[in-house]
Ligand binder design. Sequence first.
Ligand code: ATP
Ligand code: MG
Length: 422
Amino acid sequence: MPSKLAAPRGTQDIFPPQSGRWQELEAHVHTLTRSYGYGEIRTPIFESTELFVRGVGETSDIVEKEMYTFDDKGGRSMTLRPEWTAPVVRAALQHGLFTEGPQRLYYLGPIFRYERPQAGRYRQSHQFGIECAGFAQPEADAEVISLAWDLLQAYKIAGVTLKLNSIGDENCRPKYRDALRAHFLPHRDSLSADSQRRLERNPLRVLDSKASEDRELVASAPAFEDFLCPECRAHFDGVKRALDADGVAYEADSHIVRGLDYYTRTVFEFRSDALGAQNTICAGGRYDGLVASLGGPDVPAVGFALGLERFLWAVESAGTNEEARREGVQAIAIGAQALQALLPLVAALRRTSGWPIFIDYGDRKLLAQLKLADRNNARYALILGEQELAEGQIVLRDLVTRTDRPLPFGKDTLEALGEMRE
Ligand code: ATP
Ligand code: MG
């Protein structure tokens, strides 16, 4: 294939058996969110560019350098969704959801960021996330964190730590910002170019730096905990208390700040030591100012976003991926006459059994068709040859124990198979 027809750099095709793991995770997400009382929201894959500039913040990595932005044929600037929170808030405002009271929403789908592709970092990736809007109380923060915790626990992902921090509010953040500036400014020239720029525009973001030359100065930076105002401190304590009550283990880490500008108070990340440099699986926090900044009422909210690629990568590297279970039936006909006789049974099984039913329409030998059964990971083979057809029988082969059992062929076959299931 000419390489220009290959999938674009930083994107992935997902096909069996991997797509089965995606479906299983997605099904788990739908069930888990339901048990916490969350409903799904779906928004367009592109939105006006202005939504993200205003909603994510001009000094964020996303807006500074990662957006897929284009002019549509009407000359409007559009951007492929780089994150979900701004679109979710936009949709909730547009449809008056916040006037109906608290909202618990979740989303599942692709995001687009122009990044340097590497393991765990793609240009199209997928996020599952939740937004809990309408509660200022710390119990809501703990609820959101607990839901993510439950998902990671259910998949037994090893080496995961939950890092928790508070980045205060408009009362205490300016003081902390000044303290950070005072800490970094004398060493400005030894910082990475990115951090030098951030130091002026948004010094908290320097703490988020991944550049090795920044590491030491970041490690010795003052901690926000020492600058929190009484209200923010009480909130932080409340989150910890509620997490303790939920049985969620966390580590306080004063360097967790999050890249997006709209966070207030609680911020958190789930990291896995199985993932190398791209080790954050899930990240989130509280963003009490966002709804108002997008023109809505004063609605406090808290949420997270979890990267599905990184999540599945962590599952894989933990080796907890079970070997695919054998399931279903390979229907095997030997000869054209047997095939015609077998087709109605195949149709009936597909409609009633709930099993995957496989069949080969080519005129292949028994051995070749049994190979197909293995490739399909079928649990049983139903084999109909000319002799069986003449005798009114069909052979059921258990592909695990490799034993055969003759069954009556015809309308009794379904019944016999049904009994075998129990
Ligand atoms: P990073 O610091 O790794 O760039 P981020 O701060 O940009 O992450 P968020 O915007 O908080 O990440 O997104 C939440 C989660 O979405 C991340 O923790 C990660 O699991 C996933 N994610 C973000 N960007 C990508 C990407 N380009 N490819 C794959 N997953 C991603
Ligand atoms: Mg990023």
